[in-house]
Design a protein around this ligand. Sequence first.
Ligand code: AMP
Length: 315
Amino acid sequence: MFYNCKDTAVFSYNNHAALLYFKYFFRIYMHIIKASDDLSNYLNSIRTDNPKVTIGFVPTMGALHAGHASLVEASITKSDITVCSIFVNPTQFGEMADLEKYPKPIEKDIDLLIKHGCDVLFLPKYEDVYPKEYVQQEFDLMGIDHKIEGASRPGHFQGVCNVLYRFFKIVAPDEAYFGQKDFQQTVVANRLAALIDSPPKIVIVPIKRELSGLAMSSRNIRLSDKGRNNAAFIYKALTDLVSDLNEMSLVDALKKAKQFIEAQKGARIDYFVAVDIETLEEITSLDECDSAALLTVIEYEGVRLLDNIILKPRE
Ligand code: AMP
């Protein structure tokens, strides 16, 4: 395997048949582009030669695992070209310490992306995403940025929107892929798409889980081996609650699930709430809304573990 890891994009294909040949028959080449102008120019040149080309975009913060890979695979299945970004976005972190300790196993990430057939890795520096003249914006998220996850992380979802806004400008993707795992982020991305010009279609990919049922996450490596096995209780609580709804009210099922979690040694519930998928307002009965999900964060061995399950799908 080989890959191009220059500071700027120096490759240009005059003949895109050659690009497609590589892409579909060898799947071994991935461009790594660091400057946003280079990425835009490169993608625009492809669009000029091939106006029908579709571009799928997968934004990530790196430390990639099979959950991220499932987004890349979804994009590859649907789009002609898949662009994945790795950028640990400072504007969505409240504490600098969290930002600094975010893992950055870049060589491993590059291997994973090549193995899964990603076409372009965008690996920008801060100034590439936020040039000097860029002013951070305040998007009207209709209050969803202050609820649930947003309540404990002020400014987080505005930071997410700013980075997505910039990425959507630079990449101009047809589709952008997000994991259901960060449920509130998918709601926020859809709201952002409704606010901006020429948004991509937001595609939501189901949660990839470990064999035990634990949702895959870059944070799972911070659990002990034993803790990683035990943490399967979170998914068990979610799935048991769904079956309990056949015989008890939502309020009773929530109470039972919370008692089960609190009985796990070392587990602390940050939140465990049933919400209306459209508004993220908390609900006490499924009859109150057209679609509902259960969102949770459990702190276990000092790690915040996010998970969720759909209680009532969108029609
Ligand atoms: P992150 O690098 O944590 O910002 O995640 C980048 C994207 O990968 C987000 O859209 C996440 O929701 C998605 N993702 C992370 N973990 C999983 C998972 N276990 N299954 C599906 N998607 C995931």
